[in-house]
Structures are given as structure tokens and as C-alpha cells.
Ligand binder design. Structure first.
Ligand code: ADP
Ligand code: ADP
Length: 228
């Protein structure tokens, strides 16, 4: 089953009237099948975040088509798609658990199911001990993990992680990798952007390689190793 189908996305940014606009995305097309762990790699400025923002309609593409589960993005998809933004907004006076409850409520999930689900997710991201601490007391690594917990809280069918390893020290990265390993075992469908190939080698079935807004490879990791 196809989870995501992207056809010919184009996006230009105009920063200055007198300059030519930057073409951030040029005819980007790909699809993602259920159960696949897909790495989205390319150097900084290649167009990864722009693609992800266009998928979720946080910004609008100039042209192209995006289908989740065979339909255009709509409100019902909010609970089915988990998203870790590159720079998530953390309400620092909320506790970890209150932060997750906020996202649960925003997705209009049933209140009664929250206590069980929040425990599962806190276990997975190793923050059970810190659930009643305020986010302003969290370290960078803890914030990144509560950000992933936020993306997972509604048990999404599809998870989009934008640079989940960025800015973390080696210990922080090890903890994120443990979470990714668990997601892979559960056969969660994942799209994960990163600028480091080493971050995807262990987890990814498929790869999307983007460079200057052009998708240069889309297929199995194995195929890429043969071609390069
Ligand atoms: P990334 O690491 O994904 O490239 P940036 O730090 O470039 O992210 O971007 C941070 C924010 O600024 C994003 O919301 C992005 O859309 C916006 N942005 C990125 N590049 C530019 C630019 N050249 N001019 C204006 N805004 C930008
Ligand atoms: P990546 O996520 O791969 O690092 P981005 O998608 O953030 O790359 O950026 C792709 C290109 O689009 C870059 O040249 C960036 O500067 C530009 N860009 C991104 N967001 C904006 C924005 N809001 N305004 C102007 N330019 C932008």
C-alpha cells in the first residue's frame, strides 16, 4: 500500500525583488510504501525541509501533487501523520507529560486513551523519569526525545522526522538511534531527513537523495551502493 505519493513538486523562493528567485525544488517526485524506513539525504540547503514543509502544507508548493493514503492532505491526516520539525516549538513551562497531552488534544484523540499511550511513548523515548519536569529543565537531548514522543503520541501510521540527530552529542545520538531501531522493529513507516549518510546506513530500506532541489536518487539503499 502506498502511504505517500509526491508528483512534480516545484517551489521557488523570492527573497529580493532584484535577485532571481531560488528554485528550491525542481519536479520532485517519489513515493513511499507502507512499512518502509526511508532516508532523505542531501547537503544543507538541498531542499529537504522545503519538501517536508510542502508535504504537510506548512508552506505551499508552486505546483505539483501530494497524496497521503491516496488522498489530498486533510484534517483527518493530522493524527495519522507524526511530525518532528527541524526546530520544534517547546512550550517551556509545560511538563513533558503536559506537552504530550497538548498534542494529543490538538489531534482530538479520545481523552481516556491518553494515560496508557503516554506511558508507552515515555518508555520508548526513555523519559518516564522526567515526565513531570518542566521542559525548560530538559537538556538538548531530552528535548529532542520529547519532540519524537510528540510525533509518536497519536500512534501515527506515518512518521516524518526532520534531522532528528542534529545538534546532539554522541550519547544523545545513541539514544535517538535506539528509538529508531525500535520504530524499525515495529515496522513503522518513516521518512527521515539528514545530511549524514552514516545516520541512514543502519536503518533505511530506501533512500531519497536530493541535491540543489533535484531528486537524484529514489530507490533501495542496495541499488544506490551499486550505482555509486
Ligand atoms: P535548514 O537547516 O532546513 O536549511 P534554515 O536554518 O535554512 O533551515 O531555515 C530556518 C528557517 O528560515 C526556515 O523556516 C526556512 O524556511 C527559512 N529560510 C531558510 N533559508 C532562507 C533564506 N535564504 N531566506 C529566508 N528564509 C530562509
Ligand atoms: P535543507 O532542509 O535540505 O537544508 P531547505 O529546504 O531548508 O534545505 O532549503 C532549500 C533552499 O531553499 C535553500 O537554498 C534555502 O536557502 C532556500 N529556502 C528555504 N526556505 C526559504 C525561505 N523561507 N525563503 C527563502 N529561501 C528559502
Amino acid at each position: 500500500m502506498t502511504i505517500l505519493e509526491v508528483r512534480k513538486l516545484n517551489k521557488k523562493f523570492r527573497t529580493d525583488f532584484y535577485k532571481r528567485p531560488t528554485q528550491a525544488l525542481k519536479d520532485v517526485s517519489f513515493s513511499i510504501e507502507r512499512g518502509r524506513f526511508v532516508g532523505f539525504i542531501g547537503p544543507n540547503g538541498a531542499g529537504k525541509s522545503t519538501t517536508i514543509k510542502c508535504l504537510l502544507e506548512l508552506i505551499f508548493a508552486d505546483s505539483g501533487e501530494v497524496l497521503f493514503f491516496g488522498e489530498k492532505f486533510n484534517l483527518r491526516h493530522k493524527a495519522k501523520i507524526g511530525f518532528l520539525p527541524e526546530r520544534p516549538f517547546f512550550q517551556e513551562f509545560l511538563t513533558g507529560q503536559e506537552f504530550l497531552k497538548l498534542h494529543w488534544d490538538l489531534a482530538q484523540m479520545p481523552r481516556k486513551d491518553f494515560p496508557k499511550r503516554v506511558e508507552e511513548v515515555l518508555q520508548l523515548v526513555k523519559l518516564a523519569h522526567a515526565k513531570d519536569k518542566k521542559l525548560k529543565e530538559y537538556s538538548k537531548g531530552m528535548l529532542q526525545r520529547i519532540g519524537i514522543a510528540q510525533a509518536l503520541i497519536c500512534a501515527p501510521e506515518f512518521l516524518i522526522l526532520d534531522e532528528p540527530m542534529s545538534g546532539l552529542d554522541p550519547d544523545g545520538r545513541i539514544l535517538i538511534k535506539q528509538i529508531l531501531r525500535a520504530l524499525k522493529e515495529q515496522k513503522t513507516t518513516v521518512l527521515m531527513s539528514t545530511h549524514l549518510l552514516e545516520d541512514v546506513e543502519e536503518f533505511c530500506d530506501d533512500l531519497l537523495v536530493i541535491h540543489s532541489g533535484v531528486l537524484e536518487y529514489s530507490g533501495e539503499v542496495k541499488g544506490l551502493q551499486k550505482n555509486y
